[in-house]
Each structure stands twice: as structure tokens, then as C-alpha cells.
Design a protein around this ligand. Structure first.
Ligand code: MG
Length: 390
């Protein structure tokens, strides 16, 4: 494997204050710091696997944070140690079986890593064993006296850099450096470059961005919120479907079994309303349609319950960081009567979509006995869905 990313999320940083809890799981702009930090690594093609190292108390928080992330690159989380150094070593050992050529180590509390940062680090690894992103120190540095606020002197800032992550290394070298550091009894290294330096390796500095800051204090949360504040984008999709009647005694509509003098024929359970709605949701995020995701030629979907399709569309929205705002379904038929089942249908759709029932509309109309629905040859359904992205 070429490159693996290790995200260190096992810390218990308390400087962010009680307001935010464990900071890497706190949300900024409706999404956890950790999920935001992971995203670029999951998205970049050269990173083939992502290993997150968490605290043993945080399994539930972690599960919530990754809800909706469906990337196959994400490995099962592992538990870290008492120090950052121990947690990174645990991560390095966990990915050993993948035999990565290089590893990128990143702090979960840095949610604004740019793809460019990752690429620069990786490029520098052609000539160096390690490479880190860093920013030049621009403020004048003062050395304060211990225990007082008196200046002892001014520190020359020339050639001083503030280290960031990602820090990239050739895998075997950083693993050996970590094992050496652990064997020497030191566990106070605060980044991986210093472990590589202690092992005598050449580590390159790659100029990073001030945007890639580490969230530490309540003010940092405010800064992060400001950075991601942008007008939300709303998208609407529509869907349409028709199924014809066949001999039978019930139909499935919006996930509810409705007695009828016929059934609807189709490859799945033929829930025409749920199909239209599923396509509306795919449409809102321009993500194909049911036929593309669940080909009718594939026998495994024969007789399938259609909520499988709707759940899939729901999860695709989540994976895009989106939120379903409302859905609206209209069925066209002379019979069966929809009114008596309307609230059961809304409740079922709300349950599947994990949204409040007041965001789910179900309606029906006849077509005045005109056309195929009017001739009772089948049922047509149309739907719309609105999704908020960003
Ligand atoms: Mg259909």
C-alpha cells in the first residue's frame, strides 16, 4: 500500500472548556471536528486507508462522529495510550499489516488541512525520510521568566517555524524511530518529527497555511465557526415512477401495506411512491437514480423491500455532509384510497429518513378517470426532496 493516514484523536484536551466537551468530537458548523479533519484524507486518492486512534472512553462519541461516513478507506478505530506518543505508536502498529510505504500522521483537532498540504508533504518524502507542514514565526518572541511576567530576553525568530500536521514519514523509518524512543523510556515527545529528529533522520519543512490551525481554546472554536460560515446551499430534486397492476390483494405504498383488489408488479416490492421519493433524493444531490444504484438486472434486488433504496439515498446525503430538509410525495390513482393510510405512510417515511414527520408530506389525487391511472391500470407517483448542503 502506498500511503496510510493516522489521525490522533485520543487526547483529552481540556483547554477548550466544558462548553465543548472532548474537543475533537465537538461540532463546528454541525459537523464534528474529527469528521472534518478526516475528510481530506478520505477524499484524497493517494491515501489508501485511514486509521483513527481514539481514547478508550470515546467509542460512542466516535461512532456518532463517523455516522454517515461510508468510505471503505476508514479502518476500525483503535484505542490509544496515555500520551500522544503512545497513541501514534499504537496507530503505527495497527497499520503494519497493510505494509504502507509512507504514513501521514495528523492531529484530529486540525479540521482545516488542505489537500495541498498533504500533497506537499508527500512530495517532500521523495528526498527526505520525513516532512512536516509548518508556518514561519512572524511575531517577535519573548522569553519570559518562570513564574512571573517579566521578559528575560528576546528570541531571534529567524528560521523559527511552528510545527503543524500532517507530518509524513517513510513508514518503516518512523516505526523504528518510535520503537527506539519507547525503548529509551522517553514518552514526552509532542510531535513525530521530534522523534524522527532524535533518531537522526532528515525531516523537511514544507510551508503550510495559517488556516490549518489546531483547535485548543474556546476562541479557536469561534474562529473555526467563522471560517466555515457560509450561506447554506439548498438543492431540490424530483422523482417520478409508474408501476402497473397485476393480480393480487395488496400494494405497498410509502412503506405501508395497503389491501387492494390488485397488486403492483415490479422487480422489487413495487412501492411506486417510495421509488419516486428515492429518486427525488438522489436527484437533489445529482447522484444517479435507483436503477444506477440497484440495477434491475441484479437478481439480489428481486422482491426487495424498497426501504433499502430509500435508506441508501438517505445515507448518500449524509455522506455528502448534507441534511434532508423536507420531502413531498403525490400518488396518482383512483384506488386504493390513500387518505386513511396517509399518517401511517408519513410516519414510516419519517422513520426511514430519520427526520421529523412534519417534514414529510404524502398526498394523493385521482386523474379524473383519464389516462392509465384513470383506467386503473397502475399507479403513478411523483416526489420532491430538498437537501441542505454545507
Ligand atoms: Mg419503480
Amino acid at each position: 500500500m502506498d500511503a496510510v493516514a493516522i489521525l490522533v484523536a485520543a487526547g483529552r484536551g481540556s483547554r477548550a472548556g466544558d462548553l465543548h466537551g472532548v474537543k475533537q468530537y465537538a461540532e463546528i458548523g454541525g459537523r464534528s471536528v474529527l469528521a472534518r479533519a478526516m475528510q481530506p484524507f478520505l477524499a484524497h486518492p493517494f491515501v489508501e486507508a485511514v486509521q483513527v486512534v481514539i481514547h478508550s472512553d470515546d467509542a460512542d462519541l466516535y461512532d456518532q462522529a463517523i455516522d454517515g461516513i461510508t468510505s471503505g478507506k476508514l479502518l476500525a478505530s483503535i484505542t490509544g495510550g496515555a500520551t500522544r506518543q503512545q497513541s501514534v505508536l499504537a496507530g503505527l502498529r495497527a497499520v503494519e499489516r497493510l505494509a504502507p510505504r509512507v504514513v501521514l500522521i495528523h492531529d484530529a483537532a486540525r479540521p482545516f488541512v488542505a489537500l495541498q498540504d498533504m500533497e506537499s508533504v508527500r512530495a517532500a518524502l521523495r528526498d527526505h525520510i520525513g516532512a512536516i507542514t509548518a508556518v514561519p514565526v512572524v511575531d517577535t518572541l519573548k522569553h519570559g521568566a518562570a513564574g512571573s511576567q517579566t521578559i528575560l530576553g528576546t528570541v531571534a525568530r529567524e528560521n523559527l517555524w511552528r510545527a503543524q500536521t500532517p507530518q509524513g514519514f517513510r513508514y518503516q523509518d518512523i516505526l523504528q524511530a518510535h520503537l527506539q524512543a519507547a525503548a529509551s523510556g522517553r514518552d514526552d515527545f509532542t510531535d513525530d518529527a521530534s522523534i524522527a529528529e532524535a533518531a537522526g533522520f532528515s525531516v523537511a519543512l514544507v510551508e503550510g497555511s495559517e488556516r490549518n490551525f489546531k483547535i485548543t481554546t474556546p476562541d479557536d472554536f469561534k474562529r473555526a465557526e467563522r471560517m466555515i460560515e457560509m450561506p447554506a446551499e439548498f438543492r431540490t430534486g424530483t422523482g417520478f415512477d409508474v408501476h402497473k397492476f397485476d393480480a393480487g390483494d395488496h400494494v405497498w405504498l410509502c412503506g405501508v401495506k395497503v389491501p387492494h383488489i390488485a397488486t403492483l408488479s415490479g422487480h422489487s416490492d413495487a412501492d411506486v411512491a417510495m421509488h419516486a421519493l428515492t429518486d427525488a433524493i438522489y436527484g437533489a444531490i445529482a447522484d444517479g437514480d435507483i436503477g444506477a444504484h440497484f440495477p434491475p438486472s441484479d437478481p439480489q434486488w428481486k422482491g426487495a423491500a424498497s426501504y433499502i433504496f430509500l435508506e441508501h439515498a438517505r445515507d448518500r446525503v449524509k455522506a455528502r455532509g448534507g441534511k434532508l430538509i423536507n420531502v413531498d410525495v403525490t400518488m396518482m390513482c383512483e384506488a386504493p384510497k390513500i387518505g386513511p393510510h396517509r399518517d401511517a405512510m408519513r410516519a414510516r417515511l419519517a422513520e426511514i429518513l430519520e427526520i421529523d414527520i412534519d417534514r414529510v408530506a404524502v398526498k394523493a389525487t385521482t386523474t379524473e378517470q383519464l389516462g392509465f391511472p384513470g383506467r386503473r391500470e397502475g399507479i403513478a407517483a411523483m416526489a420532491s426532496a430538498t437537501v441542505r448542503l454545507g
